[in-house]
Design a binder for this molecule. Sequence first.
Ligand code: ZN
Length: 331
Amino acid sequence: MNRCMVALIGLTLIGSPDLRGAADLSVRDADLNARQARPRPTLTVDADTRLLVVAPHPDDETLAAGGLMQKVRESGGRVHVVYLTDGDGYPEGVRVEDHIETPIARDYRGYGRRRRAEARAALNALKLGRYSYTFLSFPDGGLCLLTRQYWSDRRAAYRSPYTRLDRPPKAEILVPDIEYRGEDLTQELARIIADFEPTMILVPRREDQHPDHCAAWYFVADALGDVLRVRPDFKTDVLNYIVHFNSWPFEDEDDPHLPPPPGLRGGVSGWIEVPLTPTERRAKRDALQRYATQEHVMSWFLAGFARADEVFSRPAAPHVVLPARRNLCCD
Ligand SMILES: [Zn+2]
């Protein structure tokens, strides 16, 4: 397949027409409505739900959807989490964890292994089963560059400035000869989508201010385009979550609910709210606490998501061109 071709993706978005009508509300109106009158729409899951959660780093899946994943499992549905990176490119985290002023590649790799172990512990705390995840081990902090500069084998693969790796470890490779290139990541995601056949895909919004999160959106959209070219009848419900947006979320001891980020519209659906039961909320908190490396550097941030609900939105059908011709997400 010619990866330089323009990929125009016509995703089938499943949603009720009344949800789409909410897109015209201004942010202020939407906030007022939520606070004063009608509740936000929510999501329905059942035994047929097959939820694929795309997490750029270990912890994103629980921050965004620790509650939703439990609901899918409780309904008899299936959950699969794909981690795009091991979260190993985090100098401050490594310094705090290992008490090393100038970490080297070995330290970053060790940090990534620790975060992967934490991810497994977190999923166990959510009781999602043993085989409900895949680690792709692409470069933390490098996904954005893979959408453009490091797209194909016309140039050398991207090399992580942290781990010094230019490809995932052998054990994590789904498609032969994978290296740190954009088209390789798209291929692996397309393979996962085709194999798991999710009825629902949860992926970061393109407006997420972390470059890896923003890039994750484009890679998933591109991979869906590949799947649809081979299987035009494939249908799935694409939902967005957001983790990084200015200084959101604020903790508010008087309000256990998680408000959507101020200044951001709720996509074509309006913001969708998933309320958590006290048991689900406790399990989500428990799962977040398994991320000890992150608790050590940003416990306040993690706590901001351990709330009484989770918020999502549906995107408009994406028209994605990868490799990108301009900077999509990089700082
Ligand atoms: Zn992340």
